[in-house]
Ligand binder design. Sequence first.
Ligand SMILES: Cc1cc2nc3c(=O)[nH]c(=O)nc-3n(C[C@H](O)[C@H](O)[C@H](O)COP(=O)(O)O)c2cc1C
Length: 218
Amino acid sequence: MDFKNKLFSFNLEEDIARAKQLQRDEHLWQHGRGTASDGQDTNAHCQPTCHLTTAADSIVIYYSRSGSTELLAHSIASIIKGDILEIVIQNPYDTNYQKTLERANYERVNQNYPLLKMKMPNLDQYQTIYLGYPVWAMTLSHPMTAFLNTYGSKLHQKTIAPFMTQGGYGAGDSIDKIKEILYQKHSNNNFVNPLVIDGNKVNQAHNQIERWLSSIRK
Ligand SMILES: Cc1cc2nc3c(=O)[nH]c(=O)nc-3n(C[C@H](O)[C@H](O)[C@H](O)COP(=O)(O)O)c2cc1C
């Protein structure tokens, strides 16, 4: 696949419509419990997100099952006018939250993380890598773990700007986990403070996103 110069534009309204949890109040959302996906990990009606240019010095790399992190990733990429790449796995998680939870628990206990289905571009041109993921079981969600296990060494000497969506319980140990994997991959990185957003409120987080980006790009 030719990554470069692929025509691409975001439709943030479509992102919001696809992620049903964005319309839900706290009572119905229940900290993300019950949040369904389309079983294609956000991509039933569109191609996996991939927009790469020769000019950008930043790239957003993210995984999203039910669309909240995808909306956040698209918003960030729109503002910074950076490149963007979605982490895609071979066997997407189930539409059903409970089934996803069972699979994720099994994978975590057995450290059996999903196989990736994506091509990795050359990252030489980028100084900052924005890494986005949902928090699962108070830690890094498995597709991001798989991504870092596979490609972590390619992030050597980059500034890492982590962002995540979660059900209200916070970042857990996900940042330590990223640092641990990158350390194992002999990747030397500068980390900025993470952006942590409730998964049902990404569409209300514009000011918070802008402030976070300003603190990174000052
Ligand atoms: C398997 C699984 C485990 C989760 N564990 C947590 C958790 O430990 N803490 C939390 O705050 N939210 C948790 N959530 C909620 C998600 O982090 C939240 O819904 C997130 O916004 C989903 O992002 P996405 O739409 O990009 O997939 C979990 C969701 C799933 C599917």
